[in-house]
Design a protein around this ligand. Structure first.
Ligand SMILES: O=C(O)c1cccc(C(=O)CC[C@H]2O[C@@H](n3cnc4c(=O)[nH]cnc43)[C@H](O)[C@@H]2O)c1
Length: 225
């Protein structure tokens, strides 16, 4: 269970933003000089390892973080009304493919009795960030394999009907943050629709520009109200 710090305690600490790749790091750094931004690699494993390392190092040096933000580009679910260029703030960070296939269907790691399959960012932070950024809030799925077919997108929506976006790092970042008792958020700007793989349709420069824009609208005051 994530221990959520109180407002006053959060304000005394700093913000760590964990992105996957250098282009995302540059996009965030361009407009968020108040954040420490680290590129942890693609996927939940690399994200968990990189975030945990940053948290341990900071704590050891006596400058702990008060908030971790998983950020970057992501896929948007058209069924949720999400379009390329939109921003989604996660109100739940969901491990969508961590579990087991059973004859009765997918069983999440929580249903199997091995821990949690979702983290809830502090609702006050989600609301403040969504208002400041003019963004939607809703569940963001973490997957180890980018969805590439209409059928798989439909399967994910069957399990998570209110999902707005998918990406590959959020749950890993959240696991590391939870292990350190630090609150976590996830912010995704949408580069592509979740569905049939169509590389030519990915709008990565636009999503990176949107990432800069959204972080330019946030501040420690908005994130740590
Ligand atoms: O399929 C391809 O050709 C392809 C080309 C460029 C990049 C990819 C990725 O899978 C990038 C993964 C990277 O970006 C995030 N991301 C962006 N959109 C999605 C998505 O629809 N589903 C999952 N992850 C996505 C992800 O967080 C990674 O950091 C593929």
């Amino acid at each position: 269970m994530v221990r959520v710090r109180g407002t006053a305690e959060r304000l005394r600490h700093r913000v760590l933003v964990a992105v996957a790749v250098a282009a995302e790091r540059e996009a965030v750094e361009r407009t968020a000089p108040w954040a420490d931004v680290t590129a942890v690699g693609v996927g939940p494993g690399a994200a968990g390892a990189g975030t945990a390392t940053a948290l341990v190092t900071a704590a050891y040096e006596g400058r702990p973080y008060g908030l971790v933000v998983s950020a970057g580009i992501g896929g948007g679910f058209a069924a949720g009304g999400v379009e390329v260029g939109d921003t989604v703030i996660a109100d739940r960070i969901v491990a969508a493919d961590l579990g087991a296939q059973t004859p009765a269907g997918f069983a999440s790691v929580a249903e199997l009795g091995f821990g949690t399959a979702a983290y809830q960012p502090p609702p006050d932070l989600v609301q403040a960030a969504a208002e400041a950024a003019g963004a939607r809030s809703g569940p963001v799925l973490t997957v180890s394999t980018t969805t590439g077919t209409r059928e798989h997108a439909a399967l994910l929506l069957e399990r998570h009907p209110d999902a707005l976006a998918e990406a590959m790092e959020g749950f890993g970042v959240a696991e590391a943050a939870a292990a350190h008792g630090v609150p976590v958020m996830e912010i995704r700007t949408v580069s592509n629709a979740v569905g049939p793989r169509d590389r030519a349709a990915w709008r990565i420069p636009e999503a990176l520009a949107a990432l800069s824009t959204v972080f330019g609208k946030l501040s420690p005051a908005a994130l740590l109200p």
